[in-house]
Design a binder for this molecule. Structure first.
Ligand code: 5GP
Ligand code: MG
Length: 177
């Protein structure tokens, strides 16, 4: 696997993002809603740098089933969500690809009476966005390749890697590892 972003690169950038977010919200309480499962590392690292009163919630929405690039139906699990009425919500995801997932989730969260809604992603794939979506905070722009690590999986593997790497074709094509 080719390492695209080292653990140090990621840690440095996440700390910078936290500073920017804290500056923007100026001490206002926020609710961070992470999109499972890919957000876990990003969320855990970001909140430890965030000097703000905050709540954490999670939601599950999967548009990708199993393998790499075939979008499936989007499913949302509302029972993991805290009450968001009147809250300043920061929706957090690992990667912005086509933008369909976050566009859908933004609409969904808007119906729950939030006071404000911003979006943060660690990665944005260049040249892939289809949905019109404004992202308020993003860590890195990356080329259009399938990446794993730092929360991102291939068939539920590799999420624990502290870096982001491009999955090589021979791993992606090897049967049932
Ligand atoms: P979108 O709706 O923006 O097309 O897709 C977003 C979701 O697709 C991400 O939250 C992530 O779960 C998955 N995804 C998109 N690109 C990649 C990738 O390169 N690697 C991995 N592991 N997941 C990806
Ligand atoms: Mg995801």
């Amino acid at each position: 696997m080719k390492i695209l972003l080292s653990a140090d690169d990621i840690q440095r950038r996440v700390a910078e993002m936290a500073r920017q977010i804290a500056d923007d919200y100026r001490g206002q309480p926020i609710t961070i809603i992470g999109v499972l499962t890919g957000c876990l590392m990003f969320l855990a690292d970001l909140v430890r740098h965030l000097d703000l009163p905050l709540r954490i919630g999670l939601l599950q929405a999967s548009s990708y089933r199993g393998a790499t690039t075939t979008p499936g139906a989007l499913r949302v699990q509302p029972e993991l969500l805290p009450d968001l009425r009147g809250r300043h919500v920061l929706l957090l995801d690992d990667i912005l690809d086509t933008g369909q997932t976050l566009a859908y989730l933004r609409e969904h969260l808007q119906t729950l009476g939030v006071a404000s809604l911003r979006i943060a992603v660690l990665l944005r794939k260049e040249g892939r966005q289809q949905a019109l979506l404004h992202v308020d905070y993003r860590g890195f722009d990356i080329p259009d390749a399938f990446v794993v690590g730092y929360g991102l999986d291939y068939n539920d593997e590799y999420r624990h890697l502290p870096y982001v790497a491009v999955l090589s074709d021979d791993i992606a094509l090897s049967p049932g590892t």
